[in-house]
Design a protein around this ligand. Structure first.
Ligand code: HEM
Length: 404
């Protein structure tokens, strides 16, 4: 099929996908970029890890990933706690009533990502929040990066260190260039100022709405399956006594909740259009049935994720049912590695996966400790089709509970 200017092959063949994401990564390292983003993906000055390709991408990816290690994800805890408090404060006004949970959760994930990746201290839920955040990175002299550049060491030591600091530090650190052939020596090994802006914006654009959609879909599935919610409540009760205890280390222990989150991504894949990859040279791919297929340079391969994630041959006869235990290690070990791709796969897999799953789990813990979310007459299940798929709105009744 043709998608804009691109020739696209949409496939459910898991072996072809294994070739694209893993075995022939070099040929398929480039993304299918919307024609409106007409930029030079290797040499353009304004570039980010999502759009880049070739050596430029490798460098940006290494620096971006260095600011998202587990230790750095843990550092987001105080920012997330504050955003959770603000979310709960907003929900209190609607106790025992009906509320569209989607925009409130979006405000929360934007607050976390903009405060932690852009050093912005906007008030929770401002209607022009996103625009203001993007404007803060214009090339004027008063933007947040200039403020950081002019800050004294003493001032820096007094405030919380965030992802923007880590991205700036990644500029100062030497990259591991053990495999020198991987790096083009003509490209500077530190983030340029433009790239720093691009990387911070990538945090916001890639990490705000995606995580909000996942949290909303989890609330939806838990309202449909109160018996599973009960298992989660017991698990929370075992590991967490008060909201103050919610941090990376204790949330990591909530294994059932993690399976619920993974099962939610299976039945509600959201960002799958961005997984499409473009062949930078012609290549022959092996198919599952033993045949092969010629792919011409420029052709894109798009996995049909909604079909793959409900395929009975892959997931069993009950593929359409919500069953978190599919993700128990013993039930996952023989599954094809390309069967579950909510975060993509291979060297270009989503670098925010750990943060997204942690934030989703931590937010669910905070919300479920406080409230029961139920369907009501106003509940709608209409989804939108954009780059990401999520509810237009999700109206739910919120009932306070006296802890588990
Ligand atoms: C539930 C939340 C999220 C979902 C479902 C999601 C999904 C995805 C997917 C499907 C890709 C494409 C992967 C591929 O091509 O193989 C991707 C890439 C990316 N994601 Fe996420 N993502 C989420 C959250 C985040 C967060 C929180 C961040 C950052 C803080 C982030 C940053 C990125 C970046 C920078 C890329 C491009 C990576 C590259 O090209 O090397 N994402 N994401």
């Amino acid at each position: 099929m043709l998608l804009g200017a691109h020739r696209v092959i949409v496939t459910t063949d898991l072996d072809i996908l294994n070739e694209v994401y893993i075995k022939q990564f070099h040929t398929f390292q480039a993304r299918m970029i919307h024609p409106s983003v007409a930029i030079d993906q290797e040499n353009g000055p304004q570039m980010n890890v999502f759009l880049g390709q070739g050596n430029r991408w490798k460098r940006l990816r290494a620096l971006f990933a260095a600011s998202l290690t587990v230790a750095k994800v843990k550092s987001v805890d105080p920012i997330m706690k504050r955003a959770h408090e603000e979310l709960i404060e907003n929900l209190r006004k609607y106790e025992n009533g009906v509320i569209n949970v989607k925009p409130l959760i979006l405000n929360m994930t934007f607050a976390v990502i903009s405060r932690s990746a852009m050093g912005i201290n906007e008030e929770f839920g401002k209607s022009d929040f996103l625009q203001k955040v993007m404007n803060a990175f214009d090339r004027g002299e008063t933007n947040v990066i200039t403020e950081r550049e002019n800050e004294s060491l003493e001032e820096k030591a007094k405030r919380h260190q965030d992802f923007l600091d880590f991205l700036r530090e990644a500029q100062e650190d030497d990259l591991d260039t053990t495999n020198k052939a991987d790096f083009d020596t003509k490209i500077p090994k530190k983030l340029t100022r433009d790239e720093l802006i691009g990387s911070s914006q990538a945090f916001l654009v890639a990490g705000g709405e995606t995580t909000a959609i996942l949290i909303t879909h989890c609330l939806y599935e838990l309202a449909l399956h109160p018996e599973l919610e009960q298992i989660i409540l017991e698990e929370i009760n075992e590991h967490i006594k008060t909201p103050d205890d919610i941090d990376y280390n204790c949330v990591k222990n909530l294994e059932y909740l993690e399976r619920v989150v993974k099962e939610t991504t299976r039945l509600h894949p959201s960002a799958y259009l961005v997984t499409a990859r473009r062949a930078i040279e012609s290549v022959i791919l092996q198919c599952s049935d033993g045949s092969s297929i010629q792919i011409d340079k420029g052709t894109c391969i798009l996995p049909n994720i909604p079909v793959i994630t409900t395929d009975k041959k892959v997931w069993g006869k009950d593929a359409s049912e919500f069953n978190p235990d599919r993700f128990l290690p013993e039930n996952s070990e023989n599954r094809h590695p390309m069967a579950w791709l909510p975060f993509g796969a291979g060297l270009r897999i989503c670098p925010g996966k750990t943060l997204a799953i942690y934030e989703t789990k931590a937010t669910l813990v905070r919300l479920l400790m406080e409230y029961k979310f139920e369907f009501c007459n106003e509940t709608q299940t209409k989804e939108i089709t954009k780059a990401t798929l999520g509810f237009v709105e999700l109206k739910m009744k919120i009932i306070p509970r006296k802890i588990v």
